[in-house]
Design a protein around this ligand. Structure first.
Ligand code: CDP
Ligand code: MG
Length: 575
């Protein structure tokens, strides 16, 4: 079915023509005609299949431009989504000159929004909490609303907006049409439908799988510490320009962002702790391609439609199966192809299988590019670029007076007259390639991360564990063990120090109890391990504490300063 066959205002069709879309998507084919016929609808369809137009076209067709009453309200879970929907509506309304849609969301000054509201928009796209604020202040009047849309309804419920939604809907004139979109159906959704909708029709478009077939899904089995290196290699090798990386915690989002920046990528973070203005700016910069990598928490997983996101990384596996679908659904939109890569660390293989089953899809095991391959590509690109610059009319025709560098280069090159130019080029290339901060073996990267771990934070509690280098313990053995057996996440474990027969690590105070309960419970190679609070003097070790100190030295140092409490005398431990 084509848009031109729809019985809607010609201005709407004209704007769609401008976007060069002709065919309706499956969900649009089924929703739009029913919506134009005033039916209440519940829609469920995979990500990126055009649900926004499915409700926006009927809304625009219904709204009377000449009236200044609010005639349609769309409620969405996040500010970003509200802004995006508003933009989509305004694009579709390009030729409906008097029509205005405005986004209303928390985090933005309410006064600014009141100014926007004075312009009398006919369509309001809002997050639930802020909409209630405005209703209470009487700065928004919904009595003339004819159409209400709940977008990503299940997510709004997940976020605890049930009461708000009930309140908003119950304060509206019941004579309106309602459309509800949700990725899943729960009892709560049914309740909303039963209370506020009139004989809603359920429209479900399913392709069997919950994920899109044009997204190639792979998982890579690796160590926590290698994730950054692997992601960097994949991005560099494929020269990806728009990349999204999802992490589970805000702390991880910040950390991954800063590591990518160190490696020369244009990356920015997006998470719920950031001010709204910052969030808007980051989104805008990503949409326009000023930054290439958006590192985000799940605030960005839902509904966001950014053109041409080429690859999505699950840097951390989502803890909720459903989020897998939403996260990877940021790519492969509007029938384009996309890639989704999930990092799986030890102990997580079962999780990825569960996700695969839930999403009714297949996630293949993938491998990551070798360093050789990356260096090869890097060298080829560098040479191509050098040739481009050398060939450019700029460099050939510019006189030496105009380009001072050229004369310096010439002069210096003359000094190397007995040196073969080929050899010189090779020398230069290896300097450039090796100087690149990304050019590190996974082993080296591991070292770096181990060093970071060795740095102390101020609010952590230092713990002691009775295994060490002699037992073949690595930093990640300890972190993996803690992550698997407690509610700690990787980033919360700091300052891991491996000594010969024992090790130290630091965790936030609130986890100490949980960690202590593992003592004598947990086994390593059949041996019960002891875990206690470390008693060494933290101030004196300070940041000078070596990453690795030998058992003997540690024994000497610890007992010298603190005989009485030294746990090293504890006879349960064998050193
Ligand atoms: O809400 P949902 O995840 O289903 O997708 P969306 O945010 O509406 O994104 C759909 C994308 O496909 C947008 O970029 C649209 O411009 C584009 N598109 C469409 O919606 N309908 C078509 N018939 C063709 C393209
Ligand atoms: Mg959507």
């Amino acid at each position: 079915m084509q848009f031109s066959e729809l019985n809607v205002k010609p201005q709407i069709l004209k704007s769609i023509e401008d976007m060069e879309y002709t065919e309706l998507t499956d969900i649009q084919k089924r929703i739009i005609p029913l919506a134009l016929d005033y039916n209440d609808l519940i829609g469920q369809a995979p990500t990126g299949t055009g649900k926004t137009f499915a409700f926006a076209i009927p809304i625009l067709n219904m709204v009377n431009e000449n009236s200044f009453d609010v005639q349609a309200t769309i409620i969405a879970p996040t500010r970003e989504l509200a802004v995006q929907i508003t933009n989509e509506i305004n694009k579709l309304a390009k030729y409906l000159n008097k029509l205005k849609a405005i986004a209303i969301y928390g985090g933005e000054l309410i006064d600014k929004q009141i100014t926007g509201l004075r312009k009398r928009p006919q369509i309001i796209v809002a997050t639930p909490g802020r909409l209630i604020d405005h209703l209470n202040r009487k700065t928004i009047n919904l009595s003339s609303v004819k159409m209400v849309v709940l977008d990503e309804a299940d997510e709004m419920l997940n976020m605890g907006f049930l009461d708000d939604i009930n309140e908003i809907l119950s304060r509206m004139n019941p004579n309106h049409q309602t459309m509800l979109f949700s990725a899943t159906f729960s009892q709560e959704i049914e309740n909303i439908a039963n209370t506020f909708m009139h004989e809603p029709q359920k429209i479900k478009v399913n392709q069997g799988s919950l994920t899109l077939k044009q997204i190639s899904q792979k998982y890579i089995y690796c160590r926590e510490a290698d994730k950054i290196e692997i992601a960097s290699r994949i991005i560099e090798l494929n020269d990806y320009k728009l990349v999204m990386i999802f992490c589970n915690t805000k702390k991880n989002v910040d950390e991954v962002t800063s590591q990518l920046l160190t490696r020369g990528f244009l990356a920015e973070a997006l998470h719920g702790d950031m001010k709204q203005m910052q969030r808007d700016r980051v989104m805008a910069r990503f949409r326009e391609g000023t930054i290439n990598v958006l590192v985000a928490s799940d605030v960005a997983a839902r509904g966001l439609d950014i053109d041409d996101v080429e690859i999505v990384f699950n840097f951390d596996l989502p803890t909720d199966d459903e989020y897998y679908i939403h996260r990877i659904g940021r790519t492969g939109r509007a029938a384009k192809s996309g890639v989704a890569i999930s990092f799986v660390t030890r102990g997580e293989q079962r999780r990825i299988k569960e996700i695969e089953k839930y999403a009714k899809t297949s996630i293949e095991k993938g491998s990551f590019p070798s360093l050789d391959k990356v260096i090869k590509i890097r060298t080829i690109r560098l040479l191509e670029r050098a040739k481009e610059v050398a060939d450019s009319s700029n460099l050939k025709e510019v006189s030496y007076d105009e380009n001072r560098f050229l004369s310096i280069i010439d002069k210096q090159l003359n000094k190397f007259e007995d040196l073969d130019k080929d050899v010189l080029i090779k020398g230069l290339l290896s300097i450039i390639i090796n100087a690149d901060s990304r050019n590190s073996e996974i082993e080296e990267i591991k070292e770096e991360i181990d060093n970071r771990r060795a740095r102390r934070s101020n609010n952590g509690v230092r713990m002691f564990i009775s295994v060490g280098r002699k037992d073949d313990i690595k930093v990640y053995t300890i972190t993996d063990m803690l992550v698997k057996n407690t509610s700690l996440s990787n980033v919360e474990i700091n300052a891991v120090t491996i000594c010969d027969s024992f090790s130290f690590f630091e965790v936030p105070r609130e986890f100490v109890h949980e960690v202590l309960s593992l003592s004598n419970e947990i086994r390593y190679k059949g041996r019960r391990l002891t875990i206690e609070e470390a008693k060494e003097d933290r101030r004196r070790y300070g940041k000078d504490m070596p990453t690795v100190i030998s058992g003997k030295k540690a024994l000497a140092r610890t007992s010298k300063r603190d005989n009485k409490t030294s746990r090293l005398n504890n006879k349960n431990m064998k050193y």
